[in-house]
Structures are given as C-alpha cells and as structure tokens.
Design a protein around this ligand. Structure first.
Ligand SMILES: Nc1ncnc2c1ncn2[C@@H]1O[C@H](COP(=O)(O)OP(=O)(O)OP(=O)(O)O)[C@@H](O)[C@H]1O
Ligand SMILES: [Mg+2]
Length: 455
C-alpha cells in the first residue's frame, strides 16, 4: 500500500475495497469519488474551496450486505478519523445530556488518539534510546564522589572511566537480552483518571472544560513505584519518553484540522428516523432527531474540550435498509444534504462463496489460521464451501435475512466440534467435505425452532 493515501485515485480506492468487500460496485464507486473529491477540494484555491461541499451519501440496502464494512474500510484507507453512530440512539428515551453534537466530540477524541499514536510511532526510536539510558541509570547508579581528596589519585583508574566501562558492558548485556529475567523498580505516574470520570457532571464537556486537566494541575502529581522485569521496564520507559517527546498542542491542532477536513461520520439506521406517513406518535421525535442532525450536517461549530470544530466539510455517510420508509420520507433539508443515493444488492449464494474465501479477512482464512496455531491443518473442499453458502442462503430465505452475517453463525455451528476437540484429538489434518456440512447442519436447518436459536 502507498504511504500517501490521499493520492489514491478512485480506481485504486475501489481496488483496495475489493480486497475486503465482494460486489457492491456502485457503492464502492460512489464512496471512492467522494473520498477523492475531498482531496481535490484541498487543491482548489481557498476562496472556492470553502464553497465546495462534501458528497454526502446514503447507502441503501438490506442488513448485512456490506454498508458499514465499506465505510469502515474507506476510513482506514483515507487515514481519516471515523465514527459510526446509530441515528436511533438520539431517539432513545432518557437520552439526555449528550446531544447530537456529541458525535463530533467523540470524533475529535478519536482523531486526537489517532494523531497521538502516529506521533508516538514517529518518535519511537528516539524514545527507546532515551529509555535505554534511563534504564542503565537505574541498573548501575552513578558512583558517589569520593569522600577524601586523595582518593581520585590513589585509584588506578578514574571512577568516571570505570563507570563508563561497566555501563557499556551492561548495555551489551541488556541488548542481548541477558537481563530479561532481572527486575527493577521504576517510577510511574499514578493514574487518577477513573475517579474523575465518575464525578464529571453531565454537560460539563459542552462548556469546553476538561475537568481532568483542571484537577490534574491542581493536585500534586502522584508517582507510584513498581517492580517490573527489565523488558517491561524498557517498554514502560519508552512510553513515558515518547509521551514527553510529542507536543500535545500540535497533536490537538492537527487532530482538529483532520476532523474538519477529512473526518467521516457514518450515520447508521437513518431510515429509522425517517417519518413513515402519520404525523403523530413517535414520528414527532424522529423528525426531531432529523432537525437536530441538520445543523451538524449542514455545517456548524461544535465546542469540544479541545476547541471549536467546524463541521462543514466532514463527510457524512448515512445508511439504512429503507424497508418501511424511503429516503424521500426524510425532511427535505436533510435530503438535500445527501445528494448521492446508492443501492446495495442483497447477496446471492455465489456472493457467499466468494465472501467465504476471497477477502483478506475471509472467514475460512480466519478459521484456518486459528487452528494452524495448534498445528492443525483445516481444509474445505469446494463442495463444502458451496454447501455452507447454500445453507446460509436457505436460512436467510426461511428466517430473517441477515445477509453475510449468517455465514458467521453457520460457520461456528459447523466447526464447533472441531474447535472443541482440538488439540486433544490426534488429528493433524481436518478436511471439511460437502457431506459433512450437510449432515452436520441438516437437523438444524430443517427444524424451525433449532434454526431460530442456533443459526
Ligand atoms: N459484500 C460483502 N463482502 C464481504 N463481506 C461482507 C459483505 N457484506 C457483508 N459482509 C460481512 O458481513 C458482516 C456485516 O456486514 P456490514 O456490517 O457491512 O452490514 P451492513 O450492511 O452495515 O448491515 P446493517 O444494515 O445491519 O448495519 C461484516 O462482517 C462483513 O465483513
Ligand atoms: Mg451496518
């Protein structure tokens, strides 16, 4: 993969998505264009740039066909801060204190963590060097200056030189792993966070006050001493040094910039807040949620504990099955903000076969890898894979259609015995055949009650 993700062309983005998601070509194309357009927008002269709005998208399609997966993979490709929220969450009774804008606050938190981790990685080498020196200081403390004036001359070798020699020998041992069994005592900043969060009153976040920092600065920094092994000490000290090397203000600035220019909000279950005809009852609150969402999607300023964040250019990808309602049931202003509509197809048996085998994280690959850790080779015949796919399709058609998620339940049921018997059985190779699949699943598939509970 390229290191500069912003340069991926729409075609390349689709190729990357193809590694994880089978089919759904229209949806992939739309999100690829939306992503590339944000990069294009960044290149446009600034006066016009502000005018260019993101291509917000509504993904329409049944459950379990890849809507969330596409958005999630896209965000990874873009190295963009990404958050998934259920629109219905905002209709919940008793949903107080944290309003619709909270998703932007959460997004900023995610971005700050993301940038901080990147920076930490960048200073990792340097931090390790510094940590190594600190660890050596702990392992061989600097010798005290001699007590009487003549001592220095009396010694055959200057104490500094001797100390240096010992230190270098220790360093070699340390790097060679010869000290891995030894323990040392190190100082760690004591964590006072959990208590703070419990007492943080609802709503204080909205005021842009970071209670933790407030208290953290008033109360004396506590340190606690811990005895740990040498490798652990090196890891902990590296963490501490990395923390010191990064400039948190810069991290926050960068994080906010990223949220504003490349943040992605995935608004799941948008169909559930669309009105469905009657203008009374729960529809009122649904429309209320849409009205609450509108300013955030249109562009507003949200106050977060890290500062103000503009939402104008955040990309919103909404998604829903739209069984009971249609996109046209959304309030017009919101419809206008989601100019792109894409339908995803329901998945066929042929799709299931490919989903089982082709993606880089395909289920069959996952189970093979799991059993390989115990020295067992797991094999599936083509017939077996087809039988699994057919079973999933059949159960989807008979019971609720949950799309590719059905493959998970079918696979776990199918492999339960193998997963339980390993490693006790002497079997080093397990081959799953079509007959095995049909026999193992027959009773469950045919019995409606079993089917409901197991598959
Ligand atoms: N087209 C596909 N290719 C590969 N895997 C898929 C595909 N569709 C779904 N999956 C797998 O099925 C699971 C569920 O998919 P996903 O979360 O994208 O569903 P969804 O369309 O968002 O459904 P919902 O409407 O219920 O949110 C994921 O683990 C995903 O990897
Ligand atoms: Mg989803």
């Amino acid at each position: 993969m390229k290191s500069n993700f912003r340069e991926l062309t729409p075609r390349e983005i689709v190729q990357e998505l193809d590694k994880y998601i089978i089919g759904q070509d229209n949806a992939k194309r739309s999100v690829a264009i939306a992503l590339r357009n944000r990069w294009r927008r960044q290149q446009v002269p600034s006066a016009l740039r502000e005018e260019i709005m993101p291509n917000n998208i509504i993904l329409i399609g049944p459950t379990g066909v890849g809507k969330t997966e596409i958005a999630r993979r896209l965000a990874k490709l873009a190295h963009a801060p990404f958050i998934k929220v259920e629109a219905t969450k905002f209709t919940e009774v008793g949903y107080v204190g944290r309003d619709v804008e909270s998703m932007i606050r959460d997004l900023v938190d995610i971005a700050v963590n993301m940038v901080r981790e990147e920076r930490k990685k960048a200073v990792q080498e340097k931090a390790r060097q510094l940590a190594l020196e600190r660890l050596l200081d702990i392992l061989i403390p600097v010798p005290k200056t001699p007590e009487y004036p003549g001592a220095m001359e009396a010694a055959e070798e200057a104490p500094e030189n001797k100390h240096q020699r010992v230190r270098e020998r220790m360093r070699e041992k340390l790097l060679a792993g010869e000290l891995d069994d030894r323990t040392v005592e190190i100082e760690m900043p004591a964590d006072t966070t959990p208590m703070m969060q419990i007492f943080s009153p609802v709503g204080i976040e909205e005021m842009g006050i970071n209670l933790q920092e407030l208290f953290g600065n008033i109360m004396p920094k506590k340190v606690k001493r811990r005895r740990v092994t040498v490798p652990e000490a090196l890891a902990l000290l590296t963490q501490q040094e990395a923390q010191k090397l990064i400039d948190m203000e810069e991290v926050i600035r960068d994080a906010i910039h990223r949220v504003e220019n490349s943040g992605i909000v995935f608004l799941d279950e948008i169909d559930k807040v669309a009105a469905t005809g009657g203008k009374h009852g729960p529809d009122v609150s649904r429309e209320g949620v849409q009205r609450d969402l509108l300013p955030v999607v249109e562009g507003t300023t949200v106050v977060t504990k890290y500062g103000m964040v503009r939402t104008d250019h955040i990309l919103f990808i909404a998604s829903g099955a739209f069984h009971m309602s249609k996109p046209s049931d959304l309030i017009p202003e919101l419809q206008g903000r989601f100019p792109i509509r894409v339908e995803l197809n329901s998945l066929t048996t042929e799709d299931f076969i490919r989903i089982l085998t082709e993606p880089e994280n395909a289920l069959i690959k996952q189970y093979k890898a799991l059993l390989a850790t115990e020295g067992v080779e797991l094999e599936f015949t083509d017939d077996a894979i087809r039988a699994i796919a057919e079973t999933a399709s059949y159960v989807n058609s008979k019971a609720e259609n949950i799309g590719a998620r059905r493959l998970q339940t079918v696979m776990t049921t199918l492999l339960e015995d193998v997963l339980f018997e390993t490693p006790d059985s002497a079997e080093k190779k397990v081959t799953i055949t079509g007959d095995f699949v049909r026999k193992r699943l027959k009773n469950i598939v045919e019995d409606e009650d079993l089917r409901k509970f197991i598959l």
